[in-house]
Design a protein around this ligand. Structure first.
Ligand code: VG1
Ligand code: CO
Length: 542
């Protein structure tokens, strides 16, 4: 039985960098989830009888919303729903399943790296048939629909048993509960030399993978421990929990501090890695060395040919604008193009579909390739392992060698979280007032070559995206970038990205914050951060 329920619009259902993210109590308001899901369906065309993939990162409210999504998909005329067992599906696995089973699209229930639990965050995003996040054209249509929606459709049916693999029916629509890991693992086995990695684990090589009680746990255990022979206990915090054990599932030096401390200690294994809430990000730490995500992107691109899936070389690299320019140097050497896109994975989809780029990455610890249309945490870890197995060198040596060859891009991001939204907007307006000016006193002796509000023209579909971050580019190759986060749920988060290039091997050692101290000070003065926000230090430094 299909019910049509009358509803009223909510004004705040605008998808951000990666879907709609709000506090759980916001999603728990009557009709809130249903309105957004119906707005997604109303913004799409031609899905009658087709397949929809549903799954999420296992956070609080995941199961309830998975049931709602299944019943609404049935009521709206989908022919089949594929849902991960227990409603669980990492973001990259969702992308893999959508592609492999030729689904029309997918609904991913995740707020990624944001904390979970009854007072934490929840999120819903829609992915299209290529497996990637919906492009802006669709997210804008969803938002437009959400502002006028007056009804939604839902099947009056009992809940589906999500814990058991098998097929059932909801209002005439087939529902298949499937093993969340199998398809994804099969894809990884195609891309990487599992024998090389197995040999490493059979020897003295040891690693720790911190799944942060989030979606990647079951994938990492199945692949690293069960298939590749890493000793049991290699994966820690491997059981997904609705509140991520009370932690922030963000794989950075603040929230994955235990892993960092271990990797800097005498007991450090050879390799450390972590991933985020929905499994699309990665943190890479070698013994004694943290690899910045921007460097990791460059290193993976430079060494990808060592893995069977990329043995023929790569067609191009794409990085988000705030990501360091280390990857550009690799692209130059490989004689391929490096594309610069706005923040968020949705901008990489077209480049990957058109075969213009093979490897993509962001400074926020996201790397991936054309194997799916999302960033992929475990993929990056496996590519690293494949490279380590082939080169038989330590992470530290590989990174140092890379800097000697290409130069080092010192890089840091300073986040000021939960600042007042009004103050944040005024700060950005203040920065915008410098655009195009040459003599800005806060810049001291630095010579500006460009200041702008980054805009992107998509070379594939010719769409334009404006207002993607204020950039200050200097003559010596250094950069300072400011943008406001599109994933936070409290006030505004200001991100300041700072980079300087050092070609001289003699000057490549040392601490990043010290090496960038001058630029950091310039950024603070330029944006008047302290007087405008009352903050004298960032909340998180990565
Ligand atoms: C952040 C990151 C961005 C990433 C996005 C989604 O966005 O900066 O690089 O693509 O999160 O990642 P923002 O707008 O807060 O800067 V995830 O792992 O949350 O899906
Ligand atoms: Co994520």
């Amino acid at each position: 039985m299909i019910k049509t329920i009358a509803t009223k619009p909510f004004a705040d259902q605008k998808p951000g960098t990666s879907g709609l993210r709000k506090k759980v109590p916001v999603f728990q308001q009557p009709h809130y989830v249903e309105n957004f899901i119906q707005s997604i369906f109303d913004a799409l065309e031609g899905f009658k009888g087709k397949t929809l993939v549903i799954g999420g990162d296992g956070r609080y409210y995941n199961r309830e919303v998975a049931q709602i999504a299944i019943k609404m998909a049935a009521a709206n005329g989908f022919g089949r729903v594929l849902v991960g067992q227990n409603g669980l599906l990492s973001t990259p696995a969702a992308s893999c399943v959508i592609r492999k089973h030729k689904a029309f699209g997918g609904i991913v229930l995740s707020a990624s790296h944001n904390p979970g639990g009854p007072d934490g965050d929840f999120g819903i995003k829609y992915n299209i048939s290529n497996g990637g996040p919906a492009p802006e054209k669709i997210t804008e249509a969803i938002f437009a629909r959400s502002k006028v929606i007056d009804r939604y459709l839902i099947a009056d049916a009992p809940d589906v048993a999500l814990d058991k693999i098998g097929t059932s029916e909801v209002a005439g629509m087939r529902v298949q509960v499937f093993d969340s890991v199998a398809d994804y693992q099969a894809l990884m086995e195609q891309l990487f030399d599992f024998d090389v990695i197995r040999d490493m684990f059979a020897g003295t090589f040891r690693m720790r993978f911190d799944a942060m009680h989030a979606a990647t746990g079951p994938y990492a255990k199945a692949i690293l421990e069960k298939t590749l022979g890493a000793p049991e206990g290699t994966v820690v915090n491997g059981v997904p929990l609705p509140d991520f054990g009370g932690h922030h599932p963000d794989p950075n030096l603040v929230h994955a501090k235990d892993l960092y401390d271990l990797m800097m200690s005498k007991e450090a294994p050879d390799f450390g890695a972590a991933s985020d809430g929905d499994g699309d990000r990665n943190l890479i730490i070698g013994r004694n060395i943290f690899v910045t995500p921007s460097d990791s992107l460059a290193l993976l691109a430079a060494n990808a040919h060592l893995a069977p899936g990329y043995a023929k070389g790569i067609a191009g690299i794409a990085r988000s604008m705030p990501t360091s320019m280390a990857a550009d140097r690799v692209a130059e050497r490989l004689k391929v193009k490096c594309y610069e896109t706005p923040t968020g994975w949705k901008f990489f989809g077209n480049l990957l579909d058109a075969g213009l780029a093979t490897i993509c990455g962001e400074e926020s610890a996201g790397t991936g390739s054309n194997h799916v249309r999302e960033k992929d945490g475990l993929w990056a870890v496996l590519l690293w392992l494949n490279i380590l197995g082939k080169r038989k060198e330590s992470v530290e040596n590989i990174v140092f060698q890379h800097w000697r060859d290409y130069g080092r891009n010192f890089y840091t991001r300073h986040d000021y979280e939960a600042i007042d939204a009004g103050q944040a907007n005024e700060l950005m307006a203040h920065l915008r007032s410098f655009i195009g000016k040459k003599d800005v006193s806060a810049l001291g002796a630095k010579i500006l070559t460009l200041s702008d509000d980054f805009a992107y023209h998509d070379p594939v579909d010719n769409s334009d995206s404006k207002g993607q971050g204020i950039r200050f580019l200097f003559k010596d190759g250094s950069r300072i970038i400011f943008r406001l986060s599109g994933t936070g749920t409290e006030g505004a988060t200001l991100r300041v990205y700072i980079e300087n290039y050092e070609p001289d091997p003699a000057k490549q050692g040392g601490d990043t914050q010290t090496a960038l101290a001058d630029l950091i000070q310039i950024a603070r003065n330029l944006a008047e951060i302290e007087s405008r926000t009352g903050r004298n230090a960032p909340t998180v430094i990565t």
